[in-house]
Write a protein that binds this ligand. Structure first.
Ligand code: TYD
Length: 210
């Protein structure tokens, strides 16, 4: 008999989609239901990952697109080996605030780094920890950037960059219709929250019947 493994749920989207609010709401809901969960964020959630995050978000020096890509992949590999694999053994649900699709959307579609290469690197970094479900919070980046109101290396980029990222995400979703569920992030927060819950409950149900 195969060993029970938790659900791996990743959250993706451009800036200012309300991902963090939805993560908090989902955690509260899971806690109340007695479902064991953990949340990890990318880049970050490991000592090395948080150091890399600082470079990626706030480095004053110029980072080449390829160097940036490799840093995201390094953070991912570290997090997966150090935390995600173990969390999947212990928890019912592992929530990832961004994961492999982000590098394809941002560095690939956004900055023009070779998509095939990113997919290969992602494959190594993810190992067997491939998301069961990915929720893509979709919003017009013009609205998202105003909502987010932050000013890191990514948020400072031109609107055209964020438009390419959004289109990239939508393309990835089209290529992976079973795994990726799109939610319109412009909708009311409770409405989005309810959709997130339904998607997760369905995923939990389908793994139980496996
Ligand atoms: P974060 O503060 O986590 O942003 P958000 O709250 O919008 O998720 O910062 C992560 C930034 O890094 C975000 O702008 C997206 C970017 N990013 C990439 O460009 N590539 C990646 O592979 C990942 C994981 C994130």
């Amino acid at each position: 008999m195969s060993k029970k493994r938790g659900i791996l749920l990743s959250f993706e989207g451009v800036e200012g989609t309300g991902k963090s609010t939805q993560t908090r709401r989902l955690c509260k809901y899971l806690k109340n239901k007695g479902i064991k969960y953990t949340v990890l964020r990318e880049p970050g959630s490991s000592v090395l990952g948080e150091q890399i995050r600082h470079i990626l978000l706030y480095s004053k020096g110029k980072l080449s697109n390829f160097a940036e890509t490799l840093l995201f992949i390094a953070a991912r590999d570290q997090l997966r080996r150090q935390k995600i694999d173990a969390a999947l053994e212990e928890k019912d649900v592992v929530i990832l605030d961004r994961y492999a699709d982000a590098t394809i959307a941002y560095q690939g579609y956004g900055s023009g780094v070779d998509l095939k290469l990113i997919r290969e690197l992602n494959k190594i970094a993810m190992g067997a920890a491939i998301p069961d479900v990915t929720i893509l919070f979709d919003i017009d980046p013009g609205i998202g950037l105003v909502r987010s109101g932050r000013n890191d290396r990514f948020e400072k980029r031109k609107l055209a960059f964020h438009e390419r990222v959004r289109q990239g995400y939508l393309r990835i979703a089209k290529e992976n219709p079973k795994r990726i569920k799109i939610i319109n992030a412009k909708e009311d927060v409770v409405c989005v929250q309810d959709k997130v819950r339904v998607i997760l409950l369905n995923a939990l149900k389908s793994t139980k019947s496996r």
